[in-house]
Design a binder for this molecule. Structure first.
Ligand code: ADP
Length: 736
């Protein structure tokens, strides 16, 4: 958000004006009579003290009487919370227009004298003219000026202005028509407090407000407090509602005798006003006010159209620039180059005079920008401290005093954070403005001793001042554009990272494959020399045992053991590599129980593991796979179970099947040494051993098992309690 609201020189709050309870002002203007009834029985509870002037009946006579006492004719009271249609009535042979509405428990009636009956088509004809004029206006200026002219022509005020609010609710006269003898106020600005917030809110609800005579004497309601609720009556919706004394004084000081204001509302927000001033008193009846409301509404619609179409064309332009930038990013390896050194540059995305990209500790500067050192400080001491990733201001030096040094190039800053070490900044130069105020806004209020309240400024003489340190404002679309660019950049960066990772992965797979081929070749080539060594060791043992003696024979035995181990290693490596090359496993049904028996027979349990007890679950389901591989799988698991529980007094090995996550899962359970939790994953990798030389082994057995399980589209894992034993679980893809 732009934290630097435009600091016009005065921020004196017209406290008492802003807080004035204008809803409950309790008095009416004098050009009509307020009559209030209890909504339940239509008895008159309150009335304006000017009743006798208009009706010829004193207030006191009216109070407590039924409404029919006043209106000797049928009257349609509204029974819901909406304004009623106006009704023409007669009281003592005088014609009135009555506007009725409900306020809490009361029915509020505005009686306005009806001078002459209007030609119902008169305004309709004028409105057709308005539509035509509005639709042919080519610009906002033309449109505003037409609206001012038409309003003046229709209602005959001395001066009609189109008044537009800026972001801080200061107003500017952007179009004007007037009597020749009046001084022009075109281009003048008025501080936000001239039309305080609660008045602006009222304008959103009640679009047209008329002050028929600023010199009127407010008419009190009698009694002041509503007898129905015991509280002051809310008459904010009454068109006769009295005007705040401060506002009346303000108008008097301006030399205005009567006024009419109609709200211009664009996209639900008060955009401006059609403000009409008359030197003498002037009243518009309900029908005229309705025409004015309609005119303001058409003007609002036309302005909305103008703004929307200019937004659209602006967004089309930036969209095409952004698309081009995206194309450039795809083409270039270097993002900074893509954004700043190709046909289209990031600068063009926002209306600015310079920009900078901070990309991993390097600055890339384009156009007019502060220097790199100044930017370092701006980034570290200011931008990085902002909580949001988007930040913009048109008055940087007000927020970051150091920026005073370079306000000529960068009074306006828009910053976009891509990541912690990537930022894009855009700059706008200072544009010194001369603002002409309608009266010195610093003299806006003074304390009025007589009235015991603040009074608005007395002089509205033009008062000019120079505003420095400001740039042109940033466009409302800039935020969306910047956000979209950030997404584009992040996307490009992520895609690149993903590609880099993929390429690395491929390299890794390739390296692994080469390593495997190498070890396969190596193991293969080692086989013959090891066999040779085995042969020679055998000859030594058989034919040369005498000269070797017992010591020599011991070394000979050790050498034979080592060649045996080497053979095992070579076999395992070759087996592991061989499995890696199998693309598809041809599967057959394999009888699990039969296979287990065969394996245990081979192990020669009674000789090798005499104390071990084997428990095989009955009726194990068959497996589906390659017989040789499954044989190897079970052999390795069972061999480990026997081996790593062999030191127990009573080793027990259980083999069975269980259901895990709906899958039929085999398990091999032992009560051996268990697996260290830190190694639970590792032991399935090649050459990973969790034990010392106490237990023989190559460290490849489980890697082979895992490969076999994976070739059968299954999974294997271990659960274990060190010292208590382990359970190896695995499942294979069932027959399809
Ligand atoms: P090896 O048994 O030849 O060392 P394996 O690949 O078969 O190689 O097993 C790897 C490691 O896993 C072993 O060194 C051992 O630490 C651990 N291990 C395997 N099975 C068991 C088991 N049943 N109980 C305890 N530890 C085991």
């Amino acid at each position: 958000m732009d934290k630097s609201s435009l600091k016009y020189p005065v921020q004196v709050d017209l406290e008492n004006c802003a807080k004035e309870p204008i809803h409950f002002i309790g008095k009416s203007q004098a050009h009509g009579v307020l009559v209030v009834c209890d909504r339940t029985n239509l008895n008159i509870t309150q009335a304006g003290e000017n009743a006798s002037e208009y009706f010829g009946i004193p207030v006191d006579e009216l109070l407590g009487k039924p409404l029919s006492y006043l209106l000797k004719m049928p009257f349609l009271a509204p029974d819901f919370d909406e304004d009623n249609l106006p009704q023409e009535v007669e009281v003592n042979r005088k014609k009135f227009l009555v506007l009725a509405h409900i306020s809490e428990e009361s029915l509020v009636l505005d009686f306005e004298p009806l001078a002459q009956v209007q030609d119902p088509f008169f305004f309709q004809k004028q409105l057709t003219g308005i539509l035509n004029k509005f639709q042919t206006a080519r610009s906002l200026e033309e449109l505003s000026s037409e609206a001012a002219k038409l309003t003046r022509k229709m209602f005959g005020y001395d001066r009609v202005m189109i008044y537009r609010f800026d972001e801080e609710w200061n107003g500017e006269v952007i179009a004007e028509t007037k009597n020749d003898d009046l001084e022009s106020w075109l281009g003048l600005r008025y501080p936000a407090t001239d039309i305080p917030e609660q008045s602006r809110k009222m304008f959103l609800k009640h679009r047209v407000r008329i002050i028929a005579n600023v010199h009127y004497t407010p008419v009190p309601l009698k009694p002041e407090i509503s007898p129905v609720t015991g509280k002051p009556l809310d008459i904010s919706r009454s068109s006769l509602r009295a005007v705040s004394p401060i506002h009346i004084e303000y108008l008097k000081n301006m030399g205005v005798g009567a006024s009419l204001s109609a709200a211009i509302v664009v996209k639900g927000k008060l955009w401006g006003l059609i403000a009409c001033h008359h030197q003498a008193e002037k009243h518009l009846d309900f029908y005229q006010r309705e025409s004015c409301r309609f005119l303001a509404q058409m003007l609002s619609t036309e302005i909305t159209l103008h703004e929307t179409s200019s937004l659209l064309s602006h967004s089309e332009q930036t969209e095409s620039i952004r698309r081009q930038l995206v194309a450039q990013m795809k083409y270039h390896d270097n993002i900074v180059e893509a954004l700043s050194r190709d046909t289209v540059q990031f600068l063009e995305l926002l209306n600015c005079s310079g920009g900078a990209i901070f990309y991993i500790n390097e600055w890339e500067l384009n156009g007019q920008t502060p220097g790199k050192e100044q930017l370092d400080s701006l980034l570290n001491n200011f931008i990085k401290k902002q909580s949001k990733s988007l930040f913009w201001t048109r008055n940087l030096s007000a927020l970051f005093p150091e920026a005073e040094e370079y306000k000529k190039t960068a009074s306006g800053l828009f910053s976009l954070k891509i990541s912690d070490n990537k930022y894009i900044l855009w700059f706008k130069p200072e544009v010194v403005q001369v603002v002409t105020w309608g009266g010195n806004p610093q003299n806006k209020v003074f304390y009025n001793e007589k009235e015991q309240r603040l009074s608005p400024r007395k002089s509205f003489e033009k008062w000019s001042e120079k505003l420095t340190g400001f740039s042109e404002p940033w466009h409302e679309l800039d935020r969306n554009t910047a956000r979209a660019l950030r997404e584009n950049i992040s996307h490009v960066l992520l895609t690149r990272q993903r590609r880099e990772i993929e390429a690395l992965n491929e390299k890794l797979i390739e390296a692994n494959r080469e390593l495997e081929l190498f070890s396969y070749g190596l193991s293969h080539d080692l086989r013959a020399p090891v066999r040779g060594m085995e042969g020679f060791l055998k000859i030594l043992r058989e034919d040369f045992s005498n000269p070797l003696g017992s010591e020599g024979l011991k070394y000979l035995e050790m050498s034979t053991g080592l060649t045996q181990k080497m053979n095992d290693l070579i076999d395992d490596i070759l087996e592991y590599s061989r499995l890696g090359h199998i693309e598809r496993v041809e599967k057959h049904e394999v009888d699990t129980t039969a296979m287990l028996k065969e394996i245990f027979e081979l192990f020669n349990l009674s000789a090798n593991f005499p104390s071990a007890r084997i428990e095989i679950q009955e009726e194990l389901p068959p497996m589906w796979g390659n017989r040789r591989m499954l044989f190897q799988l079970w052999s390795n698991l069972l061999n480990n179970a026997l081996k790593y529980s062999s030191e127990k007094e009573a080793p027990v090995i259980e083999v069975g099947k269980t259901l895990i996550n709906g899958r039929s899962t085999f398990y091999v359970k032992d009560n051996g040494i268990g697996v260290d939790p830190a190694l639970r994953e590792k032991i399935f990798e090649t050459f990973q051993r969790g034990v010392g030389s106490k237990f023989k082994g190559t460290g490849i057995g489980l890697a082979i098992v895992k490969r076999i399980v994976e070739k059968h589209e299954g999974e294997i894992w271990v659960e274990s309690e060190p010292g208590e034993g382990s359970v190896f679980y695995f499942y294979l893809e069932p027959q399809k």
